[in-house]
Design a protein around this ligand. Sequence first.
Ligand code: SAJ
Length: 416
Amino acid sequence: MRLCTIGLGYIGLPTSIMFAKHNVEVVGVDVKKEVIDSLNNGKIHIQEPRLQEALDEVISMGTFRASITPEKADAFIISVPTPNNNDQFKSCNLTYVISAVKSVLPYVEQGNIMIVESTIAPRSMDDVIKPLVEEAGFVVGKDIFLVHCPERVLPGQILHELVFNNRIVGGITPACAEAGAIVYNTFVKGEIIKTDAKTAEMSKLMENTFRDVNIALANELANICNELEINALEVIEMANKHPRVNLHTPGPGVGGHCLAVDPYFIVAKAPEIAQLINLSRTINTSMPQIVVENINKLMKNVDGKVVTVFGLTYKGNIDDIRESPAIEIFEQLHAQSEYEIRAYDPHIKLDWVIQDLEQAVKGSDLIVVLSDHHEFKEFGAADFISMSNKRIFDTKNVVKNVPNDVEYINYGNLYK
Ligand code: SAJ
């Protein structure tokens, strides 16, 4: 099989390499010339464990090469970004997907398979992509097999999850789904579930929406518990002992390019009905403000004015700050201009971010933990010795074994 992939980012590149590892002849296409040059020179341009070694392997096998223009192939896979539009409900922006489809159409021949992996709003395949393909003169399900197969891998473990996760293959017709399943059978060891395109679109969106709504419930519980002087974290632990309950964890908000984006695609398609989904977004996006209010309360009766933020990424052990609530909190604190604000994050290499723990804590009056990096799990008493006021506000409940002389505050004891 010959494969042409469009988009060589966090999903497209590992996917291309995985096919190439399984003896598929892959041409990976991207609009960025520097990405093409870097890959053809044997260097990956994104951070992902074991990906560099995998690229080395497929280059020596001769099964992968990058190119600025698409080429003829048996199957085409599109993995390009789908940001939110800047409209009332932050609807799904299909511009990149549409231009990717248009870019491959001149190379498509009878019998080819075209797969969209990008996360898209429900009905996009039926209402937008299918008409584009038909306009080019193809009969979908006969001349060309059109499929939506959403990506569902977790950054940090992409190469493992690509192989072992279940895949939803949504065809415009049953014949399309059959054709799509053959492509993924090349290496997928999880279940390959065939369905129609609109079910596949909605399932992917609901996976992330489920998490977002569940986190909103946990955040709302934390806010209620603070009013009622109940330890929210203990409540969650107790409730989750029930075999059918799985409350998620409260935090400073929800970030990343999935949970903070995808629910809006559903809301924008049915704004009058999608009330719970919309409200959950509102609750989660209000969390940075609530964290800042709590910081202000904690700083009220303190002489000093130095607040040190620990962690800027949207979750632990990654270098991704997209839609990060930590950045929002950092900016809100800055805008208040009441404190000297410092940022410490061993995963972020920017000139305004402190890399040295000692420098970060020296003279500080409050540490606010905003990401659950593994570096933040264990500290010794010596680490805090140079703080002016020894207090930690841990919004991720990550710091363990807090030294006796340090006051520790999290969502379980905020009311104290
Ligand atoms: N978070 C909480 N409380 C929790 C769990 C997470 O506040 O109990 C926050 C995190 O701190 C983070 C945000 O939610 O800010 C999102 O993190 P995440 O680990 O839930 O998800 P992502 O965005 O890194 O990846 C998700 C994954 N989806 C699911 O687990 C259902 C991944 O499998 C998808 O491929 C990815 O979205 C995507 O591309 O859609």
